[in-house]
Ligand binder design. Structure first.
Ligand code: NAP
Length: 313
C-alpha cells in the first residue's frame, strides 16, 4: 500500500519498521543528516507526520516550523521530550506506545533489582579476573521476602508488582492517587521510602516529577535501602544520589536512566554499589518491533482517517 504522504523520521527504528515506512510513505530521515536542522527546514512545507524516539526533542520551535504537521508519533511510552502543549495549540496529535512494552520494562526492573542485590556484575568480574582461584566471592544480600516499594503504580508499575509477588516480597507503592490494587498505599513518598528495602521508580519524566526522589527521600530509604530507576533520569536528583551512594546513606542502586544521557558522570561509574545500563528498559528486538509497529499504525491511521490508536493529547 502506498500512501502519498510525507513522513519525517527523526530517529533510528528497527530495519523492518524503516522498510515498512519506506514502502508506504515518502520518507525523510533527519537522523542520517549531518545538519538535521537545516534538512528539516528545507522540508518544512511538506512534512505531515513525525516518527521519533522518546529521547529526541520535538520542541515548540520545530512544531511551529511545520504548518502541515498532523501527528507526532513517539516511539516510547514516555513523551516528555515532545512539547505536547505546543502540539495541542498547533492542532497536532501526539501518540505514544503504551502497554506493548510493559513486560519488557518490568523484566528490566527485575533484572536490575536482582543484579544489585546479588552483586552479579562484580561477581562476574571476579570470576573473569580469576580471583575465584584464590578466594570465595563475598556474600551478598537476599532479595526474596524484602519490602518492595513502587513509585508510580501505572501500567508498568503494575506489571512489575505482578512479577515481584513471586519473590514473596511485601509490595507497597506511592502515586498521587490510590489505585484499585491489593498493595499497601502510601500517600507520602517519604513514608514509602522509610518503610521499604527497595524503591523502584517508574513514573513519567518531565517537570512534574523532576527530582521527586531527593536527598530527603534517599535519607529515608536508608543505609540498607536500594534504589532502582527505570523511569527517567530527571525523576531523581542525581547529585544527591551520588552523594548518598558514596556515603552509604543508601546501600546501592540499579539505574537504567540518567539526567544527561548518554553522559554518565565518572562519580557514578566509579562506584561499586551500582549497576548501570544504557537506557535499555524496552530494548529487545521483539519489543522494539512492537513499539515501532504501533508508531507506524498511528501514522497510517492519522493520515488516512484522521484518528489515532494511542493518543496523548
Ligand atoms: P503510566 O501508566 O502513565 O503510569 C505512570 C504512573 O506514575 C501513574 O500511576 C501515575 O499515577 C504516577 N505518577 C505520575 N506523576 C506522579 C507524581 N508526580 N508523583 C507520584 N506518582 C506519579 O505510565 P507507564 O506506561 O507505566 O510508564 C511510566 C514511565 O516509564 C514512562 O512515562 C517512561 O518515562 C518510563 N519508561 C522508561 C523506559 C526505559 O527504557 N527505561 C521504558 C518505558 C517507560 P498518579 O497519576 O495517580 O500519580
Amino acid at each position: 500500500m502506498k500512501i502519498e504522504k510525507n513522513v519525517l523520521i527523526m530517529s533510528l527504528f528497527p530495519n523492518k519498521i524503516t522498510k515498512l515506512f519506506d514502502e508506504t510513505f515518502n520518507t525523510f530521515k533527519s537522523y542520517e543528516q549531518e545538519n538535521a536542522e537545516k534538512f528539516i527546514e528545507s522540508l518544512s512545507d511538506k512534512i505531515e507526520a513525525i516518527a521519533v524516539m522518546g529521547g529526541t526533542a520535538v520542541s515548540s520551535e520545530l512544531i511551529k516550523k511545520l504548518p502541515k504537521l498532523k501527528i507526532i508519533a513517539n516511539y516510547g511510552v514516555g513523551y516528555d521530550a515532545v512539547d505536547v502543549k505546543q502540539a495541542t495549540l498547533s492542532n497536532v496529535k501526539v501518540t505514544n506506545t503504551p502497554d506493548v512494552l510493559n513486560d519488557e520494562v518490568a523484566d528490566t526492573a527485575i533484572a536490575l533489582s536482582l543484579c544489585v542485590y546479588k552483586n552479579i556484575a562484580l561477581a562476574n568480574q571476579f570470576l573473569l579476573e580469576k580471583k575465584w582461584l584464590k578466594s570465595e566471592y563475598p556474600l551478598s544480600k537476599k532479595f526474596s521476602g524484602t519490602k518492595f516499594g513502587i513509585l508510580g503504580m501505572g501500567r508498568i508499575g503494575k506489571t512489575i508488582a505482578k512479577r515481584i509477588e513471586s519473590f514473596n516480597c511485601e509490595i507497597c507503592y506511592h502515586s498521587r492517587n490510590q489505585k484499585d490494587v491489593k498493595y499497601k498505599y502510601f500517600s507520602k513518598l517519604e513514608d514509602l521510602a522509610e518503610y521499604v528495602d527497595t524503591l523502584c521508580v517508574i513514573t513519567p519524566g518531565g517537570e512534574e516529577t523532576k527530582h521527586l526522589v531527593n536527598a530527603n527521600v534517599l535519607q529515608k530509604l536508608g543505609k540498607n535501602g536500594f534504589l532502582i530507576n527505570i523511569a527517567r533520569g530527571t525523576v531523581i536528583d542525581q547529585k544527591a544520589l551520588i552523594y548518598a551512594l558514596q556515603n552509604n546513606i543508601i546501600r546501592g542502586a540499579g539505574l537504567d536512566v540518567f539526567e544527561n544521557e548518554p553522559n554518565v558522570p565518572d562519580d557514578l561509574i566509579n562506584l561499586n554499589n551500582v549497576i548501570l545500563t544504557p537506557h535499555i528498559g524496552s530494548a529487545t528486538v521483539e519489543t522494539r518491533y512492537d513499539m515501532g509497529k504501533l508508531v507506524y499504525d498511528n501514522i497510517v491511521q492519522m493520515l488516512t482517517t484522521n484518528t489515532t490508536l494511542s493518543p496523548v493529547n
